[in-house]
Design a protein around this ligand. Structure first.
Ligand code: PNS
Length: 169
């Protein structure tokens, strides 16, 4: 497909509604988006790479201009290899800013031709992250509405809790 391609990198452990919101909005600016899952993360993920790929494929199957891929090594090398020159990331609360700024500057130092673009998250996802969602779920907290239903089931399964719909809603 021709048109402007953007790379959306991350751990996606697991994908959240915040990620999906960013993808939908990015597709209003770019023609095609590659979700690039990091394959050599320092942290041990809850979900294996294959499990994350499968979840991403499932929840993003309605998006024809989205490709799911994995990458190893430097992100900027991967971006150029995909014949793109743009990275997109979401910005949530202030706490994201320093980390994102640092990464964007390092990426620019490594490859000047690669640009980083940031979209502010929707206010609904301002304080949610895969990490905090996993923490709540690990203690049987209700995470529905923060992740797609299929992801909600998989996270609960991982922590050994049955997926009982929350009746208080
Ligand atoms: O979802 P995350 O964990 O915040 O994503 C972080 C990610 C994957 C974007 C970042 O760790 C990354 O780009 N890793 C690849 C190595 C790299 O290029 N690092 C940045 C410059 S040193």
């Amino acid at each position: 497909m021709s048109g402007k391609l953007v790379i959306y990198p991350g751990t996606f452990d697991p994908i959240t509604n915040g990620h999906i919101s960013l993808i939908s909005r990015a597709l209003k600016i770019f023609d095609k988006l590659v979700v690039a899952i990091l394959n050599n993360h320092k942290k041990v993920p809850l979900f294996s790479l294959d499990e994350r790929m499968a979840m991403l494929k499932e929840v993003l199957k309605g998006y024809p201009n989205v490709e799911i891929d994995t990458f190893k090594g430097l992100l900027v090398d991967y971006v150029l290899q995909k014949k793109s020159n743009v990275i997109i990331r979401g910005l949530r609360a202030l706490s994201d800013f320093e980390y994102e700024f640092q990464m964007a500057l390092m990426n620019r130092k490594l490859k000047q031709e690669v640009q980083s673009v940031f979209l502010m998250t929707d206010y609904k996802w301002f304080y949610t992250s895969s990490t905090i969602i996993k923490e709540a779920a690990s203690m049987n907290g209700d995470i529905s509405g923060l992740v797609p239903p299929v992801v909600c089931r998989k996270v609960k399964e991982k922590y050994g809790f049955p997926d009982v719909p929350n009746k208080s809603k």
